[in-house]
Write a protein of this length. Structure first.
Length: 232
């Protein structure tokens, strides 16, 4: 395979995203691309930005802080998609427009407290361990509604939806039931019409399975490898 530029990779990903949306009668504009740049240098993120990427996902606070500083001149929205420890919440609130992986009331409270100090309402997603795998973070499906209710009461948080990581499969079709389950859970929670909670977003789908995730309702796909190449 000839080596592709980041701009070419992004164009190919966007075309695949649009086709997946169209296949199931969705407007491609409903699905946003989060370019996941963990382990890749700021220079590559700059190229992505020049190729029209507007949203970048990072997993580690220190790494993100350096890149955000190096790319201050790029009009990018930064999302935290990693596992956030409570003692790092203040940095996450300072740096990120959306925190995808909130999976406990303790963490939600800490983010709320830090957001209050920044005078910010912090948008968050609740991470759900929809497969129940012991190695995955996320609240259980059963506990998700209670967590959304509690987090929704915190004044400096805005719950915008749910996020999940299904098990890894070679065949993306096998991830479909997990994506569908997250969507149904989102719909159930949305039907509760909880004050301060909008539930618009479903963050699901990565390089190996984003098309299936879009078919099942993803509004945010988190794609690293297909844009930046393999990680070390
Ligand atoms: C690394 C990462 C991704 C991107 O994975 P790819 O398979 O490289 O697209 C997406 N989501 C999360 C939470 C990640 O940690």
């Amino acid at each position: 395979m000839p080596s592709m530029t980041i701009a070419e990779n992004i164009a190919a990903v966007r075309a695949r995203m649009a086709r997946a949306a169209q296949r199931c009668g969705r407007d491609p504009a409903e699905v946003a691309l989060v370019a996941v740049s963990k382990t890749h240098p700021a220079e590559m993120v700059r190229q992505a930005c020049q190729a029209g990427v507007t949203t970048v996902g990072e997993n580690y606070i220190q790494e993100a802080r350096d890149k955000i500083a190096a790319l201050a001149d790029c009009p990018l929205s930064w999302h935290f998609i990693g596992h956030l420890q409570s003692n790092k919440a203040k940095y996450a609130v300072d740096l990120f427009d959306l925190i995808h992986g909130v999976d406990s009331l303790k963490l939600a409270r800490e983010i709320d407290k830090q957001a209050a100090k920044f005078g910010k309402i912090q948008p968050i997603l609740i991470q759900v361990n929809i497969s129940g795998e012991a190695t995955k973070s996320g609240t259980t499906e059963e506990a998700a509604l209670a967590l959304v209710l509690e987090a929704g009461r915190l004044e400096h948080l805005q719950v915008r939806g749910l996020m999940t990581m299904p098990p890894f499969f070679d065949q993306p079709e096998r991830a479909r039931p997990y994506f569908a389950a997250l969507r149904r859970l989102r719909d159930r929670i949305r039907a509760e019409a909880i004050a301060g909670v909008d539930m618009a977003e479903l963050s699901m789908g990565m390089t190996g399975d984003f098309e299936v995730a879009i078919e099942e309702g993803a509004t945010l796909v988190r794609i690293g490898t297909a844009i930046f190449g393999p990680r070390e």
